[in-house]
Design a protein around this ligand. Structure first.
Ligand code: ADP
Length: 487
């Protein structure tokens, strides 16, 4: 590892189970590599079935003690964890850029964004209220209390190695649940550093466990099959989400699913074009296009199509594609060779069918094997594969439409329904289109929509459940109805 940490203890290579750092019983490890140059950063514990079972047992054992704390005590521990994350922002950002590739400035942003969920749910921990419901009979009282669902399993992706964990762990712990986290095998180092900070914060052994392993199928099988696990929270691809849902059906677990997206970004004739370009740059190219809310299909109305394309290309020209540690980098590497192949094929297929490359269009092999040039494609049509595929790369395909209804129909012509965006200055249209879009999130004249205060989640095959906001805690509590009779 080249970059040095201020607190070297944050670079971990073992799984964190029951408050202990453990090696795999098999002795196996797997390599974590830097996507910017392919170099091995460190070898990490390749945990599998046994370790996962141990982590679940630890979480189950810790449940009673954790629930016995007052909400205030849990809140204080969460707040301490939050503070430690902020104090170690630079180290966490360094680890993130190393293993995930995003520009250091973006990594710092994610550390703060990730931490914000812990801050938020440290507060929410103290606001989990029940109800007294007007009764159906005079000799009975109708009450509800909210109780933690129990042991939670979290399976998380590589694109936000910190935030996708805190968004699950913070509400789970706030509600009184314990958790077993299986981070992506691409980015285990951030997850382990979070565990180290949770340990330093005094979160008791077994309450938060991190199992790192390459055999996600085996680990996922244990997490979804085990009767002690009462809830799975997953963020990742739709095919894996569907598989995990079917596995969870066997023990009727609660589930929250944050799956794939295919976000439309609609620019109407009456849009402020400069604002729309700003919004698109933020939504499309952040994390080199590797977010599930990245604009994926840019639908531009006839009258402004050419002007918008030109303005966009002018700005994209100024991007710097480089290692995330070099100054002013805007586009870092893609996560792995498969990601590069996929993006290249989508672009090639579109071009072969008539799309035009306005800028970019191929790999940036002069920078490194896993870099792709920020790209703008015009004359893209809805019969091309790129219309129906989540690109997950820095490519903006521009589709053309005539009428508002055509834009809505194109936008909704997908099994996905996570984020959507549109730009218009017309208030009546803003309301009409906001209602018509079949999406969990609508950004109106805004390309950056994520915040701990707002509910994040999708409809259709983008998943179920909401993360963050006052609703986020609902995913981790059960409502118990108490009928108090004999009065
Ligand atoms: P992505 O394309 O973002 O990597 P995946 O759905 O493949 O999305 O991965 C998201 C998370 O799901 C990762 O932690 C990965 O290891 C895990 N995962 C992948 N396949 C399985 C599986 N069959 N069972 C359980 N977890 C899985």
């Amino acid at each position: 590892m080249k970059a040095t940490l201020l607190q070297p203890a944050l670079l971990k290579s073992e799984s964190y189970i029951d408050g202990q750092w453990v090696k795999a019983g098999s002795g196996k490890t797997f390599a974590v590599t830097n996507p910017a140059n392919g170099e091995v950063i460190i070898e990490v514990c390749d945990a599998a079935v046994d370790e996962t079972n141990r982590a679940i047992a630890a979480a189950d054992n810790a449940l009673k003690g954790w629930q016995a704390l007052t909400a205030k005590e849990r809140s204080q521990l969460l707040r301490r964890w939050y503070q430690l994350i902020l104090e170690n922002e630079e180290d966490l950002a360094t680890l993130m850029t190393l293993e995930q590739g995003k520009p250091l400035a973006e990594a710092r942003g994610e550390v703060n964004y990730g931490a914000s969920f812990i801050d938020w749910f440290a507060d929410e921990a103290r606001r989990i209220y029940g109800d007294v419901i007007p009764s159906f009979a005079n000799d009975r009282k109708v009450l509800t209390i909210k109780q933690p669902v129990g042991v939670v399993a979290a399976i998380t992706p590589w694109n936000f190695p910190i935030a996708m964990i805190t968004r699950k762990a913070a509400p789970a712990l706030a509600a009184g649940c314990t958790i077993v986290i299986k981070p992506s095998e691409e980015t285990p180092l951030c997850a382990l550093a979070l565990a180290e900070l949770a340990d330093q914060a005094g979160i008791p052994a077994g309450v938060l466990n991190v199992v790192t392993g390459k055999d996600s199928k085996a680990i996922g099988g244990v997490l979804t099959g085990h009767t002690a696990v009462r809830k799975l929270s997953f963020t990742g691809s739709t095919p894996v989400g569907k598989l995990l849902l079917s596995q969870c059906a066997q023990t009727v677990k609660r589930t929250s699913m944050e799956l794939g997206g295919n976000a439309p970004f609609i620019v109407f004739d009456d849009a402020d074009l400069d604002a729309a370009v700003d919004g698109l740059l933020a939504s499309k190219y952040r994390n080199a296009g590797q977010t599930c809310v990245c604009a994926n299909r840019i639908l531009v109305q006839d009258g402004v199509y050419d002007a918008f394309a030109e303005k966009l290309a002018e700005r994209v020209k100024q991007f710097k594609t480089a290692d995330g540690f070099s100054e002013n980098t805007t586009i870092g590497p893609l996560i792995n060779p498969a990601a590069i192949d996929k993006v290249q094929q989508l672009v090639e297929q579109a071009v072969a069918n008539g799309a035009k490359i306005l800028i970019g269009g191929t790999t940036a092999s002069d920078v490194g094997a896993q870099f792709f040039q920020p790209t703008v494609l015009t004359d893209v049509t809805d019969d091309m594969t790129i219309f129906s595929s989540e690109i997950f790369g820095p490519v903006a395909p521009l589709f053309r439409f005539n009428s508002e209804q055509e834009a809505i129909d194109m936008a909704n012509d997908t099994p996905f329904g996570l984020a959507s965006y549109f730009y218009s200055e017309n208030m009546a249209r803003i309301w009409r289109v906001s209602e018509a879009l079949e999406y969990g999130i609508v950004g109106v004249n805004e390309g950056l929509i994520s915040s701990e205060v707002a509910p994040f989640g999708g409809v259709k095959e983008s998943g179920s459940g909401r993360e963050g906001s006052k609703y986020g805690i609902d995913e981790y509590v059960e409502i118990k109805y108490i009928c108090l009779g004999g009065l």
